[in-house]
Design a protein around this ligand. Structure first.
Ligand code: IPM
Ligand code: MG
Length: 368
């Protein structure tokens, strides 16, 4: 039997704890469906800085490229926090691998598990029926544009006195907008047929290009899909006023970063949100949340976003839709039975049974 090769990138903080549960579930689904997975591990983020001096060692990118799919947990922590531009940062590992594998499409599905409806800070009638797909452009924009920090003799201080100055550039090329727009329209065709394109076209030139290209792609090839434009500030508001009205939302890198955290919170916990980063080759799957250094090593982190990233891996990299459905069903049942990690437990619900990271992984495996 041929095995799928998975490159594991545990990273920092709670990363190693939650990825272990992801692998547990991956192997269990594999056993059930007669598919084998072989996993190799590589270093990324802060732990790679400690061991190799940089957040993305060449060997890690090579290992990722040589695999059939990458499963990443999380990077970063206060130990490596710095504003000194000459020192390495864990996030460079994440940005480097996204760029290195050309993962320009980031899919972040936002769905409500009925059992967790009470965990949201929004009213039940507002979140009822929420099912949206955030399509975030991942390898362009201000994250990767020209940037500089320098001492400006001409006057960055008050009244023209010398001082420090810095800039970042939000830059988009036509083809980068074209290809992400196509991904959004394709996703909409598989869903409810509506795309909301988010920009700041009333102010930014890059957004005006964004809007033009999105409409050109739409008018040429996707007239069957409904397209609406929305300004990013208004979108931030609409997202918590009428979240159920959105189907596919497509936006540039930084707007997508911000809006996807907001969208995740609609569900009550960032600990539930998975993501897939796709390009034209090897894809990468990771939770949308961070490394939670405050609870690292205590065995209490929520592994469900990591486990749901495995679900996305089965769907998008291996076409294993039954296996993917199995995972979703198992997670739903575990939640329906009242099992919770601390982040999604409700003090007012006595039926909630709080378990740790490994026990939550075991429960999902049992329900498979
Ligand atoms: C995310 C994260 C990353 C991002 C950070 C850790 C670099 O916030 O995946 O949303 O900004 O893309
Ligand atoms: Mg983010």
């Amino acid at each position: 039997m041929e095995a799928h090769r998975i490159c594991l990138l545990p990273g920092d903080g709670i990363g190693p704890e939650i990825i272990a549960e992801g692998v547990k579930v991956l192997n269990a689904v594999g056993a059930k469906h007669g598919v084998a997975f072989t996993c190799t591990e590589a270093a990324i983020g802060g732990c790679a800085i400690d061991e190799f001096g940089c957040a993305l060692p060449d060997a890690t990118l090579e290992a990722a490229k040589a695999s059939d799919a990458v499963l990443l947990a999380a990077v970063g922590g206060p130990k490596w926090d710095t504003t000194d531009p000459t020192r390495p940062r864990p996030e460079q590992g994440l940005l480097g691998i996204r760029k290195g594998l050309e993962l320009y499409t980031n899919l972040r599905p936002v769905q409500i598990f009925d059992a967790l409806a009470g965990a949201s800070t929004l009213k039940p009638e507002v979140i009822e029926g929420v099912d949206l797909m955030m399509v975030r452009e991942l390898t362009g924009g201000v994250y990767f544009g020209r940037r500089e920090r320098f001492y400006d003799e001409e006057g960055a201080g008050p009244h023209g006195a010398p001082g420090q100055r810095a800039y970042d550039t939000m830059e988009y090329r036509e083809y980068e907008i074209d290809r992400i727009a196509r991904q959004a329209f394709e996703a909409a065709r598989r869903r409810r047929g509506k795309v909301t394109s988010v920009d700041k076209a009333n102010v930014l030139e890059s957004s005006r290009l964004w809007r033009e290209v999105v409409h050109a792609v739409h008018d040429a090839e996707y007239q069957d899909v409904e397209l609406e434009d929305i300004l990013v500030d208004n979108c931030a508001m609409q997202l918590i006023t009428r979240p159920a009205d959105f189907d596919v939302m497509v936006t540039e890198n930084m707007f997508g970063d911000i809006l996807s955290d907001e969208a995740a919170q609609i569900t009550g916990s960032l600990g539930m949100l998975a993501s897939a980063s796709l390009g034209d080759g090897v894809a990468l799957y990771e939770p949308s949340h961070g490394s939670a250094p405050d609870i690292a090593g205590r065995g209490i982190a929520n592994p469900l976003a990591q486990i749901l990233s495995v679900e996305m891996m089965l769907r998008y990299s291996f076409d294993m839709h039954e296996g993917a459905d199995d995972i979703r069903r198992a997670v739903t049942r575990v939640l329906d039975e009242g099992w919770r990690t601390g982040d999604i437990a409700d003090a007012d619900t006595p039926a909630d049974k709080v378990v740790g990271t490994a026990a939550m992984g075991d429960l999902v495996v049992e329900h498979l």
